[in-house]
Design a protein around this ligand. Structure first.
Ligand code: PAP
Length: 337
């Protein structure tokens, strides 16, 4: 397989230059259950098909001060964050009744800048995005293009309890692969605990943005999926303030924030026709809507698996000030029992 790796972009075109192919082939790699191989590039694991987009994004992207970058580890609530940010930022352009989200998936309205725009050479998309441009990435903070770090553009990071993130990812990839014999959750979990997952290790990803948010709180807003589930009204206001589109007292009194929370809710988004039957280029939209719950890991992971991950998270996050007691409320309750 060494020299027969096909360096296609996600549109299936072979695009990596000879030099970049050599770069990728020089990287450490592992066989994994989600992609045939993952390559370790700048400390994170990446599939061969994403290199064209990522390298091109890193080398050429020019951020504007007005840009908003949504950054997530896969399956941490990206789809939800995209809908919320798009709706908040464009509420003077579109009412909820004529929102483009009613007919277009949030992944199409807020495309992944690296994988989708640079990965498929769709540069005209960048020119056609509304202002503020809302961009998205799964890249770790340390691997973002320099112009994002050096400009005044803002970054919103959403993380999720790694136990639920893992379960969500395992379901997603298993459905995507449609394999007769999908990989067992135990096998996938073993690799996850070793830090091997697309864009992982998850703890490095989370810590990179966590530290950046502490150092530059005006630039990086750090959010947790579980917190949004707990008090979405508070976090919609916080998000709106952070991206420079605060709600007026009048909007607040009129219930605009509540309406946005309902509009972007899991049930409402999941049941839209576009998300029931529509497709992105590579996947059906409905795969991005499974349960949308906190704590589904209890239905899939054994107590010994959750304990192992708990210990691992304590080891990785212990010193950082990022409190995982908040995230692991269910684990804590279980421990009490
Ligand atoms: P991505 O990173 O590949 O784009 P992402 O949207 O982060 O995927 O992950 C999908 C998860 O978000 C699913 O979680 P689950 O598997 O645990 O159910 C999905 O259900 C959940 N999700 C999607 N939309 C919403 C929403 N509006 N509110 C809450 N959760 C949502």
């Amino acid at each position: 397989m060494e020299k027969s790796v096909e360096f296609q972009n996600s549109a299936g075109e072979k695009q990596l230059s000879k030099e970049d192919q050599e770069l990728v082939l020089s990287l450490p790699r592992v066989k994994n259950w989600d992609y045939p191989f993952l390559y370790q590039y700048q400390g994170f694991w990446c599939a061969s098909e994403f290199f064209h987009g990522i390298l091109s994004f890193q080398r050429h992207f020019q951020a504007k001060d007005t840009d908003i970058l949504l950054a997530t580890f896969p399956k941490s609530g990206t789809t939800w964050l995209k809908s919320l940010t798009y709706t908040i930022a464009n509420r003077s352009r579109y009412t909820l009744e004529n929102s483009p989200l009613l007919t277009t998936a949030s992944h199409d309205l807020v495309p992944f800048t690296d994988l989708e725009i640079y990965g498929k050479n769709k540069f005209s998309t960048l020119e056609h995005l509304l202002t503020p441009r809302i961009l998205a990435t799964h890249l770790p903070y340390a691997s973002l293009p320099h112009s994002i770090i050096n400009s005044n553009c803002r970054i919103v990071y959403l993380c999720r309890n790694p136990l639920d993130q893992f379960v969500s990812y395992w379901h997603f990839i298993s459905k995507l692969q449609q394999a007769a014999d999908p990989v067992s959750i135990d096998e996938a979990f073993e690799m996850f605990c070793q830090g091997v997952q697309l864009f992982g290790p998850i703890w490095d990803h989370v810590l990179g943005y966590w530290k950046a948010s502490l150092e530059k709180s005006n630039k990086v807003l750090f959010l947790k999926y579980e917190d949004l589930k707990e008090d979405i009204i508070y976090y919609i206001k916080k998000l709106a303030d952070f991206i420079g589109c605060p709600f007026t007292n009048e909007e607040d009194a009129q219930g605009v924030i509540q309406e946005i929370s309902k509009f972007c809710s899991f049930d409402n988004m999941k049941n839209l026709q576009v998300n029931q039957t529509g497709k992105l280029a590579w996947v059906e939209n409905k795969l991005f809507f499974r349960k949308g719950k906190v704590g589904d890991w209890t239905n899939h992971l054994t107590p010994s698996m959750s304990k192992r991950l708990d210990n691992l998270m304590e080891e990785k996050f212990g010193e950082s000030g990022l409190r995982f007691d908040d995230l692991y409320t269910i684990t804590k309750d279980q421990k009490k029992n």
